[in-house]
Design a protein around this ligand. Structure first.
Ligand SMILES: Cc1ncc(COP(=O)(O)O)c(C=O)c1O
Length: 468
């Protein structure tokens, strides 16, 4: 049980047996089964399955979930491979050398895709998701900073990391877990992301690096990584401070190379030392797999890598976890093999077109205003209400859409813009143009209903239920 989900007060401590359970097997069961303690006697597997299956029926429909960035659809063939690999632990590289080989192939493909100067010299690892990739990217920057300071005989106890206040929560975690001061660049009404100049102004000799996001969790926009790199070059010329960039391309790492090939954000910039991305977001895999890569083998200190030699040659193991499923890595390779460059480009262009269709349809509804547009960024965008709207909010609209099964999160923007509440739409593989039209119809109906109100709606009770 998590701290945020205390059991409802009236919840019994036992599970009642439902009439739908297999009658023959249920005949010998106790009438009640403890809910939160280990039952003295176990259930028959089929009945246990049915009980849990029924319990899960109240979960949202993953395909109608426009809240998450994480994959909810995958080709049946990839799903089959995942089931075939469900028992493989990726850390057992000697037992499953073929799975380990696919992981290495994926890393080389990503090094190519992200324009590493020499993809054979880039080094990386699969992770459980971007959060772990971010932790590792941050840790390596911190390690290098501390080594430089130690070597120079300088104080090295007060590292800081510069980033926008719009960064994903994993960066707050990184700073808290690893004792790094977060130096946040506040967003403003006209700039809902990191400003390059503002970031550089916060850098000093204690800065381990700057994080740039591709793209922002709040509105899908890409941060100006190339400009940030230019400004950090200028800082180095002025002061001698050489500050690296880690790109958090959790979503954009699989989108920008196809939708925005001319956008320079990756290892083409020598200041970009590491990049993370989530295979389980636009990489098209079900949760959870992420990737982190360093531009060159030299950047990953020996102290942070643990070599295994099971496969002949040295294979570094880096990472917070030890045991992890291998199935997602196999599914990632399936996507690379199945889609190829052309297939990824087609998929991303389609998602951009569907998201744009949805955004343009919403823009045409007068009380709604676009905060961002999916063209040239992630197929993600946010809308807000015209300030003249008094009787309802985006939180009410989010709740209303939930009645139809759609999960579209409403939330307030980060510090300095927290008075602005937005509704965010994340369009992913499996969300068709037909579904977009159905959603547009539902939103239009809901907005019409809200606009007909003569009195304000009461406060919604679920306004903080989405945390992405
Ligand atoms: C920019 C960014 N970074 C990191 C993360 C964390 O990713 P994961 O869920 O793969 O750990 C997210 C998740 O939405 C994100 O949008």
């Amino acid at each position: 049980m998590t701290a945020s989900s205390p059991p409802p007060k009236r919840r019994a401590s036992t599970i009642g047996i439902s009439a739908g359970l297999n009658a023959r097997l249920a005949a010998n069961l106790p009438a009640e089964i403890p809910r939160d303690s280990l039952p003295a006697r176990g259930l028959d597997a089929q009945n246990a399955y049915e009980l849990i299956h029924d319990h899960l029926m109240l979960d949202g429909n993953a395909r109608l979930n426009l809240a998450t960035f994480v994959g909810t659809w995958i080709e049946p063939e990839a799903r089959r491979l995942m089931v075939e690999c469900a028992d493989k632990n990726i850390i057992d590289k000697d037992e499953y050398p073929q799975t380990a080989d696919l992981e290495q192939r994926c890393l080389r493909i990503l090094a190519n895709l992200w324009n590493a100067p020499d993809p054979t010299q880039a080094i990386g690892i699969s992770t459980t998701g971007s959060s772990e990739g971010c932790m590792l990217g941050g840790l390596v920057m911190k390690w290098h900073w501390r080594q430089r300071r130690r070597t120079a005989g300088l104080e090295n106890g007060t590292p800081n990391l510069v980033m926008g206040s719009n960064t994903q929560i994993c960066w707050d975690k990184f700073c808290a877990y690893f004792e790094v001061e977060p130096r946040l660049v506040p967003i403003t009404a006209d700039r809902l992301q990191l400003g390059a100049e503002e970031a550089v102004a916060r850098c000093d000799e204690h800065t381990i690096g700057v994080v740039g996001i591709l793209g922002s969790t709040f509105d899908g926009s890409y941060e100006p990584i190339e400009e940030l790199s230019r400004q950090l070059d200028a800082l180095q010329e002025r002061t001698g401070l050489d500050i690296p960039i880690h790109v958090d391309a959790a979503s954009g790492g699989f989108v920008a190379p196809f939708n925005s090939p001319d956008l320079v954000w990756d290892f083409r910039l020598s200041r970009v030392v590491s990049i993370n991305s989530s295979g389980h977001k636009y990489g098209g895999v079900l949760p959870g797999v992420g990737w982190v890569l360093w531009r060159h083998d030299d950047l990953l200190p020996a102290e942070l890598r643990f070599n295994v030699n099971y496969l002949g040659g040295q294979m570094p193991t880096i990472g917070m976890n030890f045991s992890r499923p291998g199935a997602q890595v196999v599914a990632q390779y399936f996507n690379f093999l199945h889609l190829g460059r052309e297939g990824f480009a087609h998929r991303m262009a389609t998602l951009e077109a569907i998201a744009s269709h949805l955004a343009d349809g919403l823009r045409a509804l007068p009380p709604l205003r676009l905060v961002s547009h999916p063209l040239g960024q992630l197929p993600v965008f946010a809308v807000e209400l015209d300030p003249s709207v008094r009787n309802w909010s985006v939180f009410h609209l989010s709740d209303k859409l939930r009645e139809r099964g759609w999960q579209v999160p409403a939330y307030t923007l980060p510090a300095d813009c927290q008075e602005r509440a937005v509704l965010r739409f994340v369009v992913r593989a499996g969300f068709s143009r037909d579904m977009a039209d159905a959603l547009l119809d539902d939103i239009e109906r809901a907005v019409g209903w809200f606009e007909s109100l003569t009195l304000p709606m009461p406060e919604p009770i679920t306004s903080s239920s989405f945390r992405h």
